[in-house]
Design a protein around this ligand. Sequence first.
Ligand code: FAQ
Length: 320
Amino acid sequence: MYTQALNEPESGARADLGDQEFQARIDAEARIEPRDAMPAAYRATLLRQISQHAHSEIIGMYPEGNWLTRAPSLKRKAILLAKIQDEAGHGLYLYAAAETLGKSREEMFDALLAGRAKYSSIFNYPTLTWADIGAIGWLVDGAAIMNQIPLCRCSYGPYARAMIRICKEESFHQRQGYDIMLTLARGTPEQKAMAQDALDRWYWPCLMMFGPSDQDSTHSDQSTKWKIKRISNDALRQKFLDAVVVQAQYLGLSLPDPELRFDAESGHWRHGPIDWAEFRRVLAGDGPCNRERLAARQRAHEEGAWVREAAAAHEARRAA
Ligand code: FAQ
């Protein structure tokens, strides 16, 4: 049985599509729009992924926000401020895209604040030095772009369209991070050591960002059939690694992966074993900063209550 979108379908939209007919539309590369009929499971999968993605953008502001007051120059501070504001915007586009599937923003916020919703594992790691801001831009935004470019062709229209602008902004984020790393790597021996230390700490968590390996990924098969996912977790991780190895070489930094090797037959770099136990621990809420991130978000929500109340009062007065 299919659920209807929140609103009645516009004339012409069919609520009675069968599974095969829906799949045929997907196979023909049709864009699914909010008022179209869709299987309940397709709607639920999108809501899960898009809301997790939105939460990631919002929680993702915290590790970088930690360095806003300590950026090494006015220029670096202005760039970092703009980047963090972009992340807030990405969260808002994504919440708006998720709302078109029939879930309210308040419900999504509640799930995040109550610790029921997931967000990307990567944002549960600490930013110990300024070089971490470089590593986040270079590697975390680099991984995010790798994952998000294929999402611009996702079968669900509002998500795909949101991703186009997000990817453009992520490219600037990636470049600013690499620029910080380049400056540090070409700086004093202490600065270069700081860049190396940041790379050492962010490399493995970034490889984990792409999600479990394909054989352990619960949603990949169905999401690929529905053209929500276009490239598998492992294939994206591979593309990321191939890019990062060359970029690290240019920086004169080494990857903390003793088993890293070039496979001449396939033309790809191969990483050593990923510590999936650590990944599962972070997902279960026991990463280095899970509690801190959630507490910061809860505090911000409480402290922002007066803004929501003022906006509601203004709207009520305007309507009257
Ligand atoms: N962290 O079956 P799969 C950014 C969960 S945005 C936490 O493979 P799926 C911008 C997964 O949810 C970064 N959980 O799942 C920025 C599922 O759990 P569930 C976020 C993870 O959905 C930069 C279970 O494991 N990007 O960085 C993770 O097919 C700098 C099984 O996994 C997106 O969200 C993880 N890393 O594939 C901001 C992109 N990986 O729901 C600030 C959109 C997996 O059954 C500063 N999302 N899980 O309870 C996606 O592409 C997909 O959802 C994947 C996972 C690829 C993340």
